[in-house]
Ligand binder design. Structure first.
Ligand code: FAD
Ligand code: SIN
Length: 539
């Protein structure tokens, strides 16, 4: 089918989360024309729901070196140390840049930014806004800014379907369905994928509906390498509310909340010396084992160390949501269980977000630069979203490569099959359920192998390599492709490392290596890279 080219920009950014918006604003500041594509409202994405905040080593007893060590420790040996060092070293300037946009972080009585503690941080270093509504306030300020910026155009309700290449296979554009359901192509010199994670491939997730891994799969289909897809982080404390999960920020535990099983036994210290503040992978598994032991669906977060007034002031969203859902939080405790939360793997890239295809960049949760190793340290994602766009923009401008073409239309082969809405819905809900059993916190070869067969059969019925113009169908195809790649990687990694826990291979690896997935290539191992630092201009 033929698709006309409707417009051309210097840069197209797919995604309007914190990473995409900062990227767009920094590019626009440097006179680049930017089009931000976003499949729902501009505010929608994981960024909006972030609670705890951003990790920055600001306190007197803290330093970039301490933050780096905590990051590496949580990352279980898979962290790319140079990447982590650079991101942490730029955390303060990144924060200053965010403050210069107009974001006011919560402060303590002395007018200093209030810092809270979260799991596996050796000191309090998490800055927050609006108590537990960090993402909401930061997103609002960035969206207001971007809407006022003449060099940025934001296309809401616009679904990016596929990346487009010219005859020389250079990436030059994006095929979209816009808000009026028209399909056409947009061209750009460079394309930035900022499409977030993929929690929606699981039944129980903290992620909003838009997180279906589209940008990751689109990049894979266009020849980009993906990395460490098996590394999926589960958040230990998500409000257990039959099908409507709501995160209970780790800061609640950071400030003294305790976990007990339904028999009333406090258990966290039996699993790790840091108890409730153990790294997320350890605590999520501890909860899983307690649920099995007590044959229950949730444990309880005891918050009786807080006065009700203080809790309401410090965690207004958690407090209100619990009230709305009739949770008697001070009487019974908050019922919680682990849920899929963060996609550690993603599009393989360097510190500047450059993928292995020219003119293709990635930033934020969809990117895999090795910062998070095999287990992300709490509040390090927003840190990355805040800092990485500066590296990206600096590199894109420093090494600017023109990408000229005079293409006016594209001919694209489409999937000829028609899919019925109710069948799509059923396949999607089965996929989520099956992914939760096979690719969840505890994995084994036999279950993974069976799951791979199931995913293979979905491949035959859904042809995920063929593009559909029906966005719901394309989302499902993306989820199936990603689930398949995750399952392959989880099978191949025959050891336990960080969030990847193989009950049949509890051993650690001899050497921690990344696992790379590339179209038409066998999965392969790659030693950690030690990159030459690039400069980030955060001014
Ligand atoms: P997102 O904010 O997820 O944005 C993705 C964007 O891509 C959206 O605009 C979406 O519409 C768009 N998109 C996706 N596919 C397409 C497509 N096909 N076409 C067009 N647009 C598309 N991290 C922390 O560090 N601290 C925290 O306190 C914290 N709390 C969290 C709480 C919750 C409930 C969740 C879910 C996550 C939390 N995280 C936290 C993780 C962090 O919020 C995310 O990793 C981060 O916000 C991701 O930002 P992003 O810019 O990469 O993507
Ligand atoms: C939280 O507030 O617990 C989420 C923090 C994060 O995901 O980093």
């Amino acid at each position: 089918m033929r698709f006309n080219v409707a417009a051309k920009y210097d840069v197209i950014v797919i995604g309007s989360g914190i990473s995409g918006l900062i990227c767009a604003l920094e590019l626009a500041k440097r006179n680049k024309t930017v089009c931000v594509l976003t499949k729902e409202a501009v505010t929608e994405g994981s960024s909006l729901y972030a609670q705890g905040g951003i990790a920055v080593p600001l306190s007197e007893g803290d330093s970039a070196e301490k933050h780096l060590l905590d990051t590496i420790k949580a990352g279980s040996g898979l962290t790319d140390i140079n990447v982590a060092r650079e991101i942490v070293a730029h955390s303060v300037s990144g924060l200053e840049s965010l403050i210069s946009y107009g974001i006011k972080f919560d402060s303590s009585l002395q007018d200093k930014i209030h810092l809270t503690k979260e799991a596996a941080h050796s000191v309090s270093r998490v800055c927050h806004v609006g108590g537990d509504a960090s993402g909401k306030y930061i997103t609002k300020v960035l969206v207001d800014r971007a809407c006022r910026e003449p060099n940025i155009s934001i296309s809401q309700g616009t679904f990016a379907l596929a990346l487009l290449t010219d005859k020389k296979e250079s990436i030059i554009g994006v095929l979209i369905e816009d808000v009026t359901r028209e399909h056409y192509a947009l061209l750009a010199n460079d394309i930035v994928i900022a499409s977030g994670g993929a929690g929606q491939i699981f039944e129980n997730t903290t992620n909003p509906k838009v997180c279906t891994g589209d940008g990751i799969v689109m990049s894979y289909q266009a020849g980009a390498a993906l990395q460490d897809l098996e590394m999926i982080q589960f958040h230990p404390t998500v409000l257990f509310d039959n099908g409507d999960p709501f995160l209970i920020t780790e800061a609640v535990r950071g400030e003294g909340g305790r976990l007990k099983n339904i028999k009333g036994e406090y258990f966290a210290n039996q699993y790790h010396e840091l108890g409730e503040l153990a790294p997320r992978d350890v605590l999520s598994r501890a909860i899983f084992f307690e649920l099995e032991k007590t044959n229950s669906k949730h444990v309880l977060l005891d918050i009786t160390n807080f006065s009700e007034d203080y809790f309401k002031f410090r965690f207004p969203s958690v407090y209100q949501t619990c009230l709305d859902r009739r949770v008697e939080l001070f009487k019974t405790g908050i019922p919680v269980s682990p849920a899929a939360h963060y996609f550690i793997g993603g599009i393989k890239c360097d510190l500047s977000g450059a993928a292995n295809r020219e003119h293709l960049w990635c930033v934020g949760e969809c990117a895999s630069n090795g910062f998070h190793g095999a287990n992300r340290l709490a509040s390090n994602s927003l840190l990355e979203c805040m800092v990485a766009p500066h590296f990206l923009v600096s590199k894109l401008l420093e090494d600017f490569k023109p990408n000229p073409n005079n293409i006016t239309y594209f001919e694209i082969d489409l999937d000829p099959k028609e899919y019925n809405d109710s069948i799509i819905f059923r396949i999607a809900s089965d996929l989520k359920k099956n992914n939760s059993s096979a690719l969840g916190l505890i994995r084994t070869k036999s279950v993974l192998s069976q799951h791979l067969n199931y995913l293979n059969s979905l491949f035959e019925s859904l042809s995920p390599d063929k593009l559909s113009l029906n966005c719901q169908v394309q989302e499902l195809k993306n989820m199936v492709t990603l689930s398949f790649l995750i399952c392959q990687a989880a099978l191949k990694r025959e050891h336990s490392l960080g969030v990847h826990y193989r009950q049949d291979f509890l051993n650690l690896p001899d050497e921690c290596k990344h696992l790379v997935s590339c179209k038409n290539t066998e999965l392969y191992w790659l030693s950690q890279t030690f990159l030459t630092p690039v400069t980030a201009n955060t001014k």
